[in-house]
Design a protein around this ligand. Structure first.
Ligand code: PMP
Length: 360
């Protein structure tokens, strides 16, 4: 069967074994005589699925008991609003590190409900690095402190977390959740859309410390309150049932493959193959400060738009697809999430080397 190496920034590749299990379950899940899509979210079969998804995520991320795991909808983009609506409860101020497009969206939404202060930004260098930050400039009274741990478009990631003291650290982990080990205790809240490292689009995972639940701004819509979903085990309304079922199998796949430490090692190996090649290439070069390079999204350019277009066309013809860079950066971007096998990265590098020879 024709399968490509899909370097899309998301939705992106899923483990083949998960897709095959979904295929085997399609017409009748666990003897139910129906697919998971057709099943009541209140049924016993489904209850086992959602509880299993939560428990497996807790196991692989080592999520402490005083955190709730929520399966929501609306994408990470809804969290840009939901976070301030729920966490603005005292000063109504929050600090942000601005590392690109997604941070800016989080800042813009927070500004609708309170004061969003940017304590560090890399906008002056088109977000090609993580800016330096100094805890002395942080607001000790802020209701939360927001970062984007991995910047999908710019291709940067935080390699150390800001020390925010008693101010809850909130992280948009959409594009690197489950790709490297994080200590959940360091965060007040983590959110991520599923469509890169967890499953299909349509599921948004929120991991929230319990003391941050329950004091949303009084005009917050019911569906936008964390308490609504926390009180009902993500079953206040119909959850994205099929998506959660796929996520559960992806979490199990991670567990079976040695957990996040092993996945991280694999990701580091994949990224190294690509970055090492880029560093030695005379045609292509990476766009990001070396110390801040993402393990997930690797932008690179040739400096010649015609050559970029030729590259993209020829790569697609051999099954290396979705390599076009985001319009704000240009050039190319290879997204190499957890499910991208090392063979996909070596195939890309092999192709790039040959392209370089052929287009001297
Ligand atoms: N944050 C980050 C870091 C992202 O990469 C994306 C999507 N690419 C979003 C937020 C927005 O996610 P969604 O489309 O799920 O709303």
């Amino acid at each position: 069967m024709y399968r490509v190496y899909n370097f899309s920034a998301g939705p992106s590749m899923l483990p083949e074994s998960v897709l095959m299990k979904a295929q085997a379950d399609m017409l009748s899940y666990n003897g139910a005589g129906m697919s998971v899509m057709e099943m009541s979210h209140r049924s016993k079969n489904y209850d086992d699925i959602i509880k299993g998804a939560e428990q497996t995520l807790r196991d692989i991320m080592d999520i402490p008991d005083n955190y709730k795991v929520l399966f929501l909808q609306g994408g990470a983009s809804s969290q840009f609003a939901m976070v301030p609506l729920n966490l603005f409860r005292n000063s109504r101020r929050a600090d942000f590190i601005n590392t690109g497009t997604w941070s800016k969206k989080a800042i813009a939404e927070a500004s609708r409900y309170g004061q969003a202060n940017v304590v560090a930004s890399s906008e002056d260098t088109t977000f090609n690095r993580i800016p330096d930050f100094d805890p002395k400039s942080f607001d000790a009274e802020a209701d939360y402190f927001h970062i984007t741990t991995n910047n999908t478009i710019a291709g940067t990631r935080f390699t150390s977390l800001p020390e925010t003291g008693s101010v809850p650290l909130v992280a948009d982990m959409s594009s690197n959740i489950l790709s490297e080990v994080y200590d959940v205790n360091k965060f007040g809240l983590i959110y991520a859309g599923a469509q890169k490292n967890m499953g299909p689009a349509g599921v948004t995972v929120v991991i929230i410390r319990e003391d941050l639940i329950g004091s949303s701004l009084d005009f917050t819509p019911t569906m936008f309150k964390y308490s609504t979903h926390a009180d009902k085990g993500s079953m206040f309304n119909t959850p994205p049932t099929y998506g959660i079922y796929i996520c559960k199998m992806v979490f199990e796949w991670i567990k079976e493959n040695g957990g996040i430490p092993a996945i991280q090692k694999n990701n580091e190996e994949k990224a190294k193959i690509l970055y090492d090649y880029l560093d030695g290439s005379s045609m292509f070069k990476g766009t990001v400060a070396k110390k801040d390079r993402s393990l997930m999204n690797v932008p690179f350019v040739s400096g010649d738009q015609d050559l970029d277009a030729k590259f993209l066309k020829e790569a697609a013809a051999v099954g290396l697809i979705q390599l076009k860079g985001h319009r704000s950066v240009g050039g190319m971007r290879a997204s190499i999430y957890n499910a991208m096998p090392v063979e996909g990265v070596t195939a890309l590098v092999k192709f790039m080397k040959q392209f370089e020879v052929d287009n001297k």
